[in-house]
Design a protein around this ligand. Sequence first.
Ligand SMILES: Cc1cc2nc3c(=O)[nH]c(=O)nc-3n(C[C@H](O)[C@H](O)[C@H](O)COP(=O)(O)OP(=O)(O)OC[C@H]3O[C@@H](n4cnc5c(N)ncnc54)[C@H](O)[C@@H]3O)c2cc1C
Length: 288
Amino acid sequence: MFPANFGYVAAKSVDEALQLLSKHGEMAKLLAGGHSLIPAMKLRLASPRTLIDLSTVPGLGGVKIEGNNLVIGALTVHADVASSDLVRKHLPGLADAASVIGDMQVRNRGTIGGSVAHADPNADFPVILTALNASFVARSSSGSRSIAADDFFTDFYTTAMTASEILTEIRIPLPPSGSGTAYVKLPHPASGYAVVSAGVIVTRQSSGSCASARVAIGGLGSGPIRALATETELQGKPLTPQVIAAAAAKAAENTNPMDDAYADAEYKRHMAVVFVRRAIEEAARRAA
Ligand SMILES: Cc1cc2nc3c(=O)[nH]c(=O)nc-3n(C[C@H](O)[C@H](O)[C@H](O)COP(=O)(O)OP(=O)(O)OC[C@H]3O[C@@H](n4cnc5c(N)ncnc54)[C@H](O)[C@@H]3O)c2cc1C
């Protein structure tokens, strides 16, 4: 499998990458870790005339705290998210997701920005970042804008970013004390991508009952789906196994997943309930 011929430019700054995007137009593609784009090019699903490499731009990687947010540079590779002390301390559910992506080679090259920009419906980061209420900072020649996760993933392999924007960072609110986060997935036995997955953040009141919860599911639609009925069901209740199971039972309500060669829609809906329950149980355990 060989890609069509293409040109390659290593950008030295975000400004230069933006100029190159405007010069080459829709025939150009940004290149980060290349672990989704290069396979697509080899399969001739994508045939850009020019690749603009972002991995040569300094300052787009790393994890830091800024005010009340954990900020992750778009070029941060999955392995660095998984092993970051800041991520493990404040958002262990995000480390859960990063550590189950692909294999070691994928985690050492693939980037969090490339993963969310690619918006594969079975990818791991979009689901946990939706649960964590992340926002995505996109830069264009006219400035930067921030897009909330609930508005970012618009369709299969499609985001709210335009072709003239570059994702520069992901900002995640630091959870209040008494919070726990978790991510679990049912991996496809061949590809390792999620058949279904669940990302959760819960916050406990001092009484032990649930002050708030956000629950996102992967694998049931074109992108992450908020399990709103589950979130409502948890609100104000003690996080007991019975309450969690009753709330998780509502997770797949109003979803319409597609049958595929590995799993039919009914199986996916059933497993979504199982994995949402496991993710809430783990998040509640961490919150305690
Ligand atoms: C064998 C294998 C197994 C995998 N398993 C999993 C898995 O289990 N779970 C999972 O979630 N993923 C999995 N992946 C995908 C992997 O996580 C990719 O690394 C990720 O989807 C894309 O990141 P990247 O940095 O490689 O992006 P690239 O492939 O370089 O780019 C992907 C797309 O995003 C665009 N893009 C990249 N960076 C930016 C940016 N900063 N701003 C705007 N657009 C940008 C590119 O133009 C391109 O369209 C797997 C990949 C492989 C090859």
